[in-house]
Design a protein around this ligand. Sequence first.
Ligand code: ZN
Length: 319
Amino acid sequence: MSSTASARSELLAHEQETFRQQLFDAGLLVPMGIDGLYGRGAEFERIIDGIDAVVSRKGTAVYGASPTRLRFPPVYARSAFERTDYIASFPNLTGAISTFTGDNSGHRALLADRDAGLPWDGHLSPAGTVLVSAACHPCYATLPPVLPESGVLLDIYGYCFRHEPSIDPARMQAFRMREYVRVGTPEEATEHRDSWVGYGMEVLDELGLDAADAPANDPFFGRAGRILAANQREESLKTELVVRLYGDLDDGTAVVSANCHRDHFGEAFGISTSTGEVAHSACAGFGMERIALALIRTHGIDSTSWPAEVRSSMGWTEP
Ligand code: ZN
């Protein structure tokens, strides 16, 4: 790293740490003793709900009442996770649930290690469940093998887990994603991805955020991952809407993504269209905490001083 680059990354780290401390001091986020995991204060949740209202309004303007609303727990079956192939691309971000399945002697061994101040989680075994990595992942295993004629359109909102501890409050280990998911023909999936780049931009615009679109640069793992990342860029499968939280100290933070999976999930989960072709899918995801942080960075830590049109579009009546 050149000395200019390292000075810049030091400045960035300082900005991120200062911002996080401000969020703690204001009670917006509550430290939980580990980077990337935070409690949410009442005011932070009010901001999240306001963003949700703007996203919902866009969804209703585009689709009326047609999206099927689905909510999943933050944990799902390992068998479904297997089929997403996430472990091939992002093993380092994955979270799998373990529990104790042994007998009394196994339990005594665990407690002995614990009493000796040693790690005890080696005594646990896989529980058959994993943490949800992307809000839409649990939905595919719930879809019928043959879709209705018009495909499906889902409104999904849930917690995601990614193991990437960071001092940057915009890089959380557990965060919420609001998604509109389309599963249907190749044309329907492509249209969904393309149109949500624009709709996503309109949502951010309504929130007074200055965003730009960029091809996604997912951190695929390892050597094979470099090929996946190159494919993703070449075929422009995923577009991100990016807001600069830290000026020009980095390339900005992706707050919305519009992602076409082509036949990846249709193939893996055995889903076909009403005419018998492998279903294609696409999703548009709103990173709720990141949008909240972008609002705070852009309009200030005190939401009572945010622009009136932003407040009113979030459904907040003036005091
Ligand atoms: Zn998704």
